[in-house]
Design a protein around this ligand. Structure first.
Ligand code: 26V
Length: 822
């Protein structure tokens, strides 16, 4: 009998209480009166997990029986956020759990605060992966997420004198109740060594990789429950271990130190998430991580997920490997090795299958973010894979020379191997050659990929290129994060929107209903009070409960232009101080920043220090009467996002046009009734198209205008000299007004702006400040603002990740939902 102790529909307070106490007593070994908050949280998590178990087992059983086509989402990052709320929602237990705990004198809300979020991602790319697996489960699509169980996730950010300091993220310290380790299913992965020619019994010659060391990958399974369905998919994260057998052998040779060294080598691999976002550092350990999780995942799928007797020639009917950026692209030569070296397939057969199972999503446009691996490094770590890549390239270049005879320049440009500055593998080219589809993450981004970044490839294979605009899960980012607004929406249009976000359009007429607008405003106001409470408790930051909340939250990067936001704030401050702007005319505003800088990105860290310096000066200036505040809570993460976004009035999406691939924060804000001030970039383009010009504050150059200005020669100095407000703002910073008179402290930031200003913040300053004036004027008309806010919600249903997943199914995967009976 496979039925777990708790049946799926046994949803009573009594049974819940029984399960909870059983977990507390037998699982934790404590009595209720002695239990710590962590004990109670752990017991609660285990209890909720039991209720999801029936669905998980049934999903696995059905998949084993039906062998439906599976999507394997290969991603080095899954930025999951807290699990308890989502799992309470999908198991339909929130009310029952609350009541049960109430009866025991425990507050559910207190226990929710105990959970430490798994921060296994940097930002947009990792969070997108988490939204996608949520949507696939909800849509009843068979999916396995494959990734890395980092022992330390994204660093914990602290500020010391306004400067970022990184601390280790010890998310596993108090135990991790959601994971299921399976050491008995460990997979072995090789590294280093050399390649030999061997001839097997039948006289067939093969290349044989003899690794110098091996590492075990232990799978940790996580439930990925769908909403409103019995399906529970699996996220499988790999943790690296030293294999016992290997150690023993070295021990026997008396090499204790060697043995321990190998242990360290192995366990370092999944030790820590690389905190670089968009500038790959080319570190050996990172390549080890990439190969480690990819090799584990492919072996797992071929040997454990597929039936023993499965004919791998039919692999394309069973799986698509979706490559989340180039991080997992080493999967391509790994699958070739599996088929050619380990199973004796011909190159042609293996390549035929390989070309039908991989699809590649590109998430960037910045040239410096495109991964390349020097062949020295790759060849040392993965000698056989390098040979396979060379062979793939050789055949590809032959094809190119046939198509474009005599055009060696084109051949050189398109080659998988770059020759300068060092010989290196261009992972995006490898992904594009091997993948049957290549997609960008928003309409503009996909267009630019096709016409600029990968234009040669798009010319050769136009049908390979497609777009799938990103989306976000409405469960976490609306239903859970914004329960009050969700209640209002459900009251108005029913709860179908949670699974079919396009239904939000039915709210449109209510934008004209004064009573509805009032209730909508009241909810926003209450969310602000709640956000203010959280900031006070979490960070000791005090903000007004009723000021406009103007939010810019995203990784710190020059292209995202936090400096442009800062120049606006400084300019306001300067104009108020000089008397040019009467204080009474300024709308009370809280400028909220959230941003981590990559630890090695010096300028980004200086920008953080400058934001904090401006913030402390403004916040301490009594002459402002508290009208302007800067709140920069440290360690912005998914948990804080869920509090901030429902409270926001204004969403800052101000990247230089043509640089932000999509953005997903922009979607979350719009769905929670914030208006966007933004450039014509990434998914902003589509947001504005859908919500309408009247409900969006557009500013700045368009992408073609940026290209023109770049071509004609951009001079930030000239812009500085010609705009008195801009000049005054920059001069105020240079004067040391925010650094106790020190004129050198913030000089590097100013020098970057006045020198190259790579992302043209100065060029867009005037247009940005003018748009902010329009924001101020519009905000004063609170009925008009509320109408626009409601229309933002009503018209943003497109940005559900459920819709993104349907697009992936239609345009890329050919996978279909498989409904399960309840
Ligand atoms: C990430 C990393 C992380 C580790 C070190 C090396 C390395 C190299 C490149 C990258 C690329 C990061 C790309 C990325 O995160 N793109 C973001 O993807 C979001 C989801 O599609 C999208 O909304 C953002 O606009 C885009 O910047």
């Amino acid at each position: 009998d496979m039925t777990p102790p708790v049946a799926a529909r046994e949803h009573t307070v009594e049974s819940f209480t029984r399960e909870f106490l059983r977990e507390l007593n037998f699982g934790r070994g404590v009595d209720l009166d002695r239990a710590s908050a962590n004990d109670k949280y752990m017991a609660l998590a285990r209890t909720v997990r039991h209720y999801l178990m029936t669905g998980w087992l049934e999903t696995l059983r059905n998949q084993y029986r039906d062998q439906a086509k599976v999507v394997a989402y290969l991603s080095a990052e899954f930025l999951l956020g807290r699990q308890l709320d989502n799992n309470l929602l999908t198991s339909n237990l929130e009310g029952i759990a609350r009541e049960s705990l109430d009866q025991l004198g425990i507050s559910l809300d207190d226990l929710r605060e105990v959970e430490i979020e798994p921060g296994l991602g940097n930002g947009g790319l990792g969070r997108l992966a988490a939204c996608f697996i949520d949507s696939l489960a909800t849509l009843d699509v068979p999916c396995i997420g494959y990734g890395i169980r980092y022992e330390y996730g994204i660093f914990k950010q602290a500020f010391v004198d306004g400067h970022q300091v990184e601390k280790p993220d010890t998310w596993l310290a108090l135990g991790s109740p959601w994971e299921f380790p399976h050491p008995e299913n460990a997979v072995t992965v090789g590294f280093g060594g050399h390649v030999e020619d061997v001839t097997d019994e039948d006289g067939v010659k093969r290349r044989d990789w003899v690794p110098a060391s091996v590492v075990n990958g232990v799978p940790y399974n996580y439930m990925v429950p769908g909403y409103g369905t019995n399906r529970v998919n699996t996220l499988r994260l790999w943790s690296a271990r030293a294999p016992k057998a290997f150690n023993l052998q070295v021990f026997n040779e008396g090499g204790y130190e060697e043995a321990v060294k190998n242990q360290t080598f192995a366990e370092n691999i999944s030790k820590v998430l690389y905190p670089e976002d968009s500038t790959p550092q080319g570190k050996e350990l990172r390549l080890q991580q990439q190969y480690f999780f990819v090799a584990c995942s492919i072996a797992d799928f071929l040997c454990n997920v597929l039936p023993q007797d499965f004919d791998l020639h039919r692999l394309p009917d069973r799986i698509t490997w979706q490559l989340n950026d180039t991080h997992p692209v080493i999967a391509v030569p790994e699958l070739m090795r599996q088929l050619v070296d380990l199973r004796g397939w011909t190159w042609e057969d293996a390549w035929g299958v390989t070309q039908k199972v991989f699809a590649y999503t590109c998430h960037t446009l910045l040239p410096e973010a495109l991964e390349v691996w020097p062949v020295d490094l790759l060849g040392k770590l993965l000698p056989r894979h390098l040979e396979i890549i060379y062979r793939i390239n050789e055949l590809f270049l032959e094809e190119l020379r046939d198509t474009y005879p005599g055009d060696e320049l084109k051949v050189r440009h398109m080659s998988i191997i770059a020759e300068h500055p060092v010989r290196a593998v261009r992972m995006a080219h490898l992904a594009t050659v091997a993948g049957f589809k290549v997609n960008g993450v928003a309409a503009l981004h996909s267009e630019l990929l096709r016409d600029k970044v990968l234009s040669d490839f798009a010319q050769l294979w136009p049908e390979k290129f497609t777009n799938v605009t990103n989306g976000v899960t409405p469960r976490r980012f609306v239903r859970i994060a914004n329960p009050s607004m969700s209640g209002l929406v459900t009251e108005a249009i029913g709860d179908g929107w949670i699974k079919d976000l396009s239904q939000l359009s039915r709210l449109e007429p209510l934008a004209e209903d004064a009573e509805f607008r009032r209730r909508f405003r009241d909810i926003k106001a209450a969310n602000k009070v709640e956000f203010a409470r959280v900031l006070k408790e979490r960070d000791g930051i005090e903000i007004a409960g009723d000021a406009m909340v103007d939010a810019m939250v995203k990784r710190l990067h020059e292209y995202k232009r936090q400096t442009l936001k800062l120049l606006h704030i400084v300019s306001l401050y300067q104009r108020i101080g000089s008397g040019a702007l009467p204080l009474e005319s300024v709308t009370p505003r809280t400028f909220v920043f959230g941003a981590k800088a990559a630890p090695g990105y010096a300028l980004a860290k200086q920008i953080i220090a400058l934001i904090n310096a401006v913030g402390s000066t403004i916040n301490a200036d009594a002459s402002l009467e508290g009208r302007l505040k800067v709140a920069f809570p440290a360690n912005y993460n998914v948990t804080l996002a869920e509090k901030l976004i429902p409270a926001a009035d204004l969403s800052e999406q101000i990247s230089l046009a043509g640089k932000e691939a999509s953005g997903t924060g922009n979607m979350k804000f719009a769905l929670n009734g914030a208006l966007t001030i933004g450039t014509d970039d990434g998914a902003n383009v589509e947001i504005r198209e859908l919500v309408g010009d009247e409900n969006f504050f557009l500013f700045g150059m368009s992408e073609p205008e940026v290209a023109d200005l770049e071509a004609s020669g951009y001079s930030p100095e000239a812009v500085y000299a010609s705009d008195p407000d801009l000049k005054a703002a920059i001069d105020l910073i240079s004067s040391g007004a925010f650094s106790g008179g020190d004129r050198t402290l913030h000089e590097p930031v100013i020098a970057a702006l006045l020198g190259e200003d790579r992302f043209m913040a100065l060029a867009d300053f005037r247009s940005y400040v003018d748009a902010q004036d329009r924001v101020e004027a519009y905000y004063g008309d609170f009925e008009a603002w509320s109408r626009s806010a409601i229309l933002n919600v009503a018209r943003s249903g497109f940005f559900s990740s459920d819709r993104s997943m349907v697009d992936y199914m239609d345009r890329i995967w050919g996978a279909k939902p498989v409904k399960q009976n309840f």
